[in-house]
Design a protein around this ligand. Sequence first.
Ligand code: SAH
Length: 227
Amino acid sequence: MEPSHPGNIGAAARAVKTMGIEQLVLVNPKRFPDPEATVRAVDAVDVLERATVCSSLKEAIGQCTFVVGTTARKRGLACPQIAPRELGARVWQELAGGPVAIVFGRESSGLSNDELDLCQFVTAIPSMKSLNLAAAVQVICYEIFMAAGGAHAVDVESEDALAASMELERLFEHLQTVLLEIGFLDPRQPKLLMRRLRHVYQRAQLTQVEVNILRGILSATEDSTSR
Ligand code: SAH
């Protein structure tokens, strides 16, 4: 809502993008576009370029089915509170129903009571003093990212892609063949054990590289038993 410092707009664009969020809506920004916003966005310039500018909060959240305001201050009788961590998980549930908006206030005065009235919930990041606007955006987006298993997503990006269902099925077939060959699996009743093993491997969220290693072990087992 009405950010007055273009630097904060750029920093907010960067903050959302680092957490996998791409859509920024600006309500009456004082200065935008602005070179300072571009500089602060670093490699989130695309988020800035695609940012929508609206003239009222009502317009900005018009299509949203779940709207949460953020506040640095304790408010009297505002709408129900939700903790940022709880909000992170809730966002993913609510996205099934439609677009979700998290609303951030002005640097000088936050959100007005009328603006908070448009929100279903309000969330406050526990802090000694109010945070910088873009820092608050970062914390909330971090919670949303983490609720979706963010740390895991990062591992995958830096290391290896997750195995697809088809690759897992080939692993299970291979495993079943080998377990029969080495006499571990009862050929009259293979299903129960295979189902249990499936659960083990599915819980592990194997990457493609890991599936290849496991299949390598199975092939080596076959080689050594056929010798
Ligand atoms: N002086 C203002 C501070 C606004 S800080 C006031 O007293 O309200 C700018 C915006 O950053 C806030 O409107 C809110 O959206 C966000 N923000 C800052 N600190 C926050 C916190 N602790 N929890 C949630 N949002 C926060």
